[in-house]
Write a protein that binds this ligand. Structure first.
Ligand code: BGC
Length: 449
């Protein structure tokens, strides 16, 4: 197979993990109405059904953290796909709410694992000049998964027990990931880390020109030699020399999540109901969010290796801040605005926000945690990054409906808070994030010596 084609085949298989991430986080919004009809859950139970995936997501990194560096990038993804398969079946056949929550916990667990292992695998297999693009493939798959869940939800909305069909739909990519994972090679960098140089060279020869393959093996071996005094356990992540990458893993997800992205991804229908009182139009406007998100992420794939990471981050932060201000003002000024203008400010603000998010904060979160950590603890460290993501995600998912019911919801203050976080992100981008475009993983690692 042509070397580039093989690279993209590998990326497509691995990114199926992202598709499941997006699908299983997005599907609950569209599944809830028919779940309510079947189980009549109390509001607390409903909260559990929605957040079970996020809790599972928080637990996943504790499995992938220790195991990614031990089992390898390929085996851990096989484990995750098995968990996806089991979780989808339990959720789809659930005879009770308890079963459903267990199924959703399993799905979350699997998402929590792939969220750190897939970007890392892609970063390790990619040539330096295509690393941004390849990892962004994962983010693109997330957005396709979200869109797919909205579309599937739209089709099965009127079916009795439509939620079962929706969860079954998630079973198909889970099986595809499981089968596909058997056909992709192990990460060459992980193989070298385990002293399996010949196998690594074999993999690289299938993906690169022979001289480049030899060079990459030599560079990775050199890094391992330089680092051999280091035990490479979890304590390393908290050592002084890795302070900046540690902060990046926390900060990028704090800003990504508290920019309010999932207030929109999970609750946009409710938000749009402020200007489209009939639920149908609001639901359709939500499909618009899904489409714009996926299309803009596709653009991100094209631009990520052209511009610097920092440049992209600045653009995204400024753009999202302006949009959040616009949405907030649409609420704050609603009595003095004409309904038409309010609609344009709210829906337009959300849509343009999604564009800026999708080209910057969305892909950059997963990209940065896949490339900034040293090989020895890369699996553990990126898993911790993923944990931060789920923790902050749960924080937003929990607080949004509560805050939306207070005056911060009616006067748009909640979007003002998200805007402040994004503005804080400018300082983070300036003083903490460093440029990684064009640097090989080994060159990045040398920074910490
Ligand atoms: C974030 C998710 C979010 C998605 C939206 C991802 O990068 O991690 O929390 O739902 O982007 O596209």
């Amino acid at each position: 197979m042509n070397k580039n084609l093989l690279l993209y085949f590998i990326a497509a298989v691995a990114a199926t993990g992202g598709l499941l991430f997006g699908f299983d986080t997005g599907v609950i919004n569209v599944a809830l109405p028919s779940l309510r009809e079947r189980f009549h859950p109390s509001p607390e139970m409903e909260g559990f059904i929605v957040s079970a995936v996020l809790f599972g997501g928080m637990a996943g990194p504790f499995i992938s953290g220790p195991l990614t560096d031990v089992l390898g990038r390929k085996k851990i993804n096989i484990v995750a796909s098995l968990v996806f398969v089991v979780g989808s079946i339990i959720a789809a056949i659930a005879p009770s709410v308890t079963f459903l929550i267990i199924g959703r916990l399993f799905l979350g667990l699997a998402i929590g694992i792939v969220a750190s292992t897939v970007p890392l695998y892609l970063a390790e297999i990619a040539p330096t000049n295509q690393r941004g693009r390849l990892v962004t493939f994962f983010q693109f798959a997330i957005t396709l998964g979200i869109l797919l869940s909205y579309v599937v939800g739209y089709f099965f909305a009127d079916q009795v027990d439509g939620w079962r069909s929706m969860f079954w739909a998630g079973f198909i990519p889970a099986v595809a990931l499981l089968i596909g994972m058997f056909f992709v090679p192990e990460s060459p960098r992980w193989l070298i880390g385990k002293g399996r140089d010949a196998e690594a060279l074999e993999v690289l020869n299938r993906l690169r020109e022979p001289e480049q393959a030899l060079l990459e093996v030599a560079q990775t071996k050199q890094i391992i030699e330089d680092e051999k005094h280091n035990k490479g356990d979890w304590r390393m992540l908290f050592s002084k020399r890795l302070r900046i990458p540690l902060f990046i893993g926390i900060g990028i997800f704090f800003i990504q999540q508290f920019s309010g992205i999932n207030a929109i991804i999970y609750f946009s229908t409710d938000i749009f109901k402020n200007v489209f009182p009939d639920g149908g139009t609001a639901a359709l406007a939500t499909v618009g969010v899904g489409i714009i998100n996926a299309l803009s992420t596709f653009v991100a794939i094209l631009i990520l290796d052209k511009f610097g990471r920092k440049q992209i981050l600045y653009t995204g932060l400024i753009g999202t801040a302006i949009c959040l201000a616009t949405v907030g003002l649409a609420f704050y000024l609603k009595d003095s605005l004409s309904p038409e203008i309010q609609k344009i400010m709210l829906v337009g603000g959300v849509y343009v926000y999604i564009i800026f998010f999708a080209i910057s904060l969305g892909p950059l979160g997963w990209l940065l945690i896949s490339e900034i950590y040293p090989l020895k603890i890369r699996g553990f460290a990126s898993s911790m990054g993923s944990f931060n993501h789920w923790l902050f995600d749960a924080g937003v998912a929990y607080s949004f409906p509560i805050l939306a019911a207070t005056s911060l919801g009616t006067n748009g203050g909640i979007f003002g808070i998200y805007m402040m976080v994004v503005l804080l992100g400018l300082l983070f981008a300036k003083y903490i994030v460093f440029e990684t475009k064009g640097m090989s993983l080994e060159e990045i690692e040398k920074r910490y010596n």
